[in-house]
Write a protein that binds this ligand. Structure first.
Ligand SMILES: *Cc1c(COP(=O)(O)O)cnc(C)c1O
Length: 229
């Protein structure tokens, strides 16, 4: 199946059930992204700031770029002028930095708080308690140029479907609770980003409304530098 075929099939599959499809294009060339774009895809996810900025500069300007990887505070300035959504907010300090740079560009930047749900040491993200603490803090309530649109989570990389289901179920339950407690009057807290190529069907069953798919669209990523494609 070509990239274009994959996009058409997956757009069909997700649009009918109101799940947003993010095409994760990290390490993929501009030609490959263009093929997905020409098939109708407009939202792409990247995890490295420099790669994202370069692709933004070279590709059509109606693409919506999402940052899905860990973001260092000192790199916020490079993406603040154009980023559509930062899905990987994992500290109050980072959120304050995003707010500061968004203000400089007279923008409000949409963000997801990344929740730690996996049974692995390597994944970034906030614990349930830390998210509640952040949302309750005085420092958070004064921020005017960031908008929390929802939560993002990455399940454990395992074949054990029961475990993956439990992690997604917990995140969905937490999402509903946070919406009730902190965003009852705010319809823009509406996004639950969970599910990647290996587990997006389970994620959708558990209530995800945004899936981040890379290899299912573009094929396996080989370890190479994206500029040398
Ligand atoms: C790479 C990545 C994806 C996509 O992974 P695939 O398994 O290729 O679908 C999704 N989410 C995040 C946060 C990623 O880093």
């Amino acid at each position: 199946m070509s990239i274009a075929d994959n996009i058409k099939r997956l757009k069909n599959e997700t649009e009918t059930i109101k799940v947003q499809l993010i095409a994760v294009s990290k390490t993929k060339s501009e030609e490959e992204i263009k093929e997905a774009y020409d098939a109708g895809q407009r939202v792409f996810g990247e995890n490295m700031v420099q790669e994202l900025v370069d692709k933004y500069e070279h590709l059509p300007k109606d693409i919506e770029w999402h940052l899905i990887g860990h973001l260092q505070s000192n790199k916020v300035k490079y993406i603040a002028p154009f980023i559509s959504m930062i899905q990987s907010v994992d500290s109050l300090k980072l959120l304050q930095e995003i707010d500061k740079h968004a203000q400089k560009h007279s923008r409000v930047i949409d963000c997801l708080l990344q929740v730690y749900i996996a049974d692995e040491e390597t994944k970034y993200g906030l614990g349930f308690d830390e998210i509640i603490e952040l949302l309750r803090s005085e420092e958070f309530t004064v921020l005017k140029n960031v908008r929390i649109r929802g939560l993002m989570g990455i399940a454990t990389n395992t074949e054990n479907e029961k475990q993956i289901n439990e992690e997604f179920y917990e995140l969905k339950t937490f999402f509903d609770g946070i919406k009730q407690s902190f965003f009852r009057k705010d319809g823009s807290f509406d996004t639950l980003s969970m599910g990647m190529s290996s587990d997006y069907k389970l994620a959708i069953e558990q209530g995800s409304n945004m899936v981040r798919l890379g290899s299912t669209i573009f094929g396996q990523r080989v370890i190479k530098h994206w500029k040398n494609n």
